[in-house]
Write a protein that binds this ligand. Structure first.
Ligand SMILES: CC(C)(COP(=O)(O)OP(=O)(O)OC[C@H]1O[C@@H](n2cnc3c(N)ncnc32)[C@H](O)[C@@H]1OP(=O)(O)O)[C@@H](O)C(=O)NCCC(=O)NCCS
Length: 236
């Protein structure tokens, strides 16, 4: 069965996005084909096995890319590539895959962006668990990245919109994420409705600072990270 609907979705300054819902007997996918007055070159889909390898390349670009992120400011994270066996664990179930989004270039089906989101029932890697305790009713964005040459064109926002829709479908109360201080992505999150959550005291702030420094160093010359939360609103 194929259902096709059209939805007005803002894409940065761009116009509308067409949302196509395709339902088969075994899986449900929700590709979003973006379009604007000037371009239409990518679509947003839930994660699927077919795109895992290309999505892992995007994750590696994020870890080894901007400002050459380094563990404790010393060891480039590109020297510690995330193995496919670990990456696959995050997307082992249909439930987990359908909760995460990828942006795919239409011309050659290359993944150019990734939003990995979990809820408290899903597998999370130990480092992520150390940085953030997931609670029931919270959709947590583990990773959001877009390949450098495609940034600033609304893809990040489209990925966030996809994630919010999935979170609402599952009646989540909040969306949350952690971000390194001074990362320009904070502006995008604030515009999308996320707010910075204050730390519970000085000890908590110091611990977070230390944890982020050990894992990421100071990629944006800011010390530590911030937690951000968006309360999800439902029509009555
Ligand atoms: C953050 C990111 C996913 C946004 O994707 P995008 O497609 O560029 O986002 P959009 O085009 O929808 O929105 C643009 C906004 O993203 C932010 N942004 C732009 N370039 C960025 C960059 N190099 N790094 C981080 N954020 C950036 C800015 O807030 C920008 O808006 P502004 O120019 O008005 O300030 C993307 O820039 C990225 O992959 N950055 C590196 C990875 C990262 O820092 N991820 C967040 C970790 S929590």
């Amino acid at each position: 069965m194929t259902i096709t609907t059209t939805d007005a979705t803002k894409n940065g300054d761009a116009a509308a996005a067409a949302v196509t819902k395709t339902t088969t007997t075994t899986t449900t996918t929700t590709p979003i084909t973006t379009s604007s007055s000037t371009s239409s070159f990518y679509r947003i889909e839930p994660m699927s096995d077919e795109y895992l390898s290309s999505a892992l390349d995007v994750a590696h670009d994020f870890l080894g890319g901007t400002y050459r992120k380094r563990a404790c400011c010393i060891l480039p994270l590109s020297f510690l590539p995330l193995p496919m066996s670990e990456f696959q664990k995050s997307f082992a179930t249909e439930n987990a895959k359908s909760f995460s989004a990828i942006a795919i270039r239409n011309d050659d089906n290359t993944v150019i962006g990734l939003a990995h989101m979990t809820d408290s029932t899903m597998w999370r890697d130990p480092i992520s668990q150390w940085l953030h305790d997931s609670v029931e009713g919270e959709a947590y964005i583990e990773m959001l990245c877009v390949l450098e040459e495609y940034r600033g064109q609304g893809i990040g926002k489209c990925l966030l919109e996809f994630c919010e829709d999935r979170a609402k479908e599952r009646n989540m109360k909040t969306m949350a994420l952690g971000v390194v201080k001074k990362n320009p992505a904070i502006h995008l999150y604030e515009r999308f409705g996320f707010q910075i959550v204050p730390f519970h005291g000085f000890g908590d702030a110091c611990l977070t600072c230390l944890a982020v420094f050990c894992i990421m160093g100071c990629p944006y010359w800011g010390c530590g990270g911030v937690d951000m939360v968006k309360e999800l609103k439902y029509a009555q």
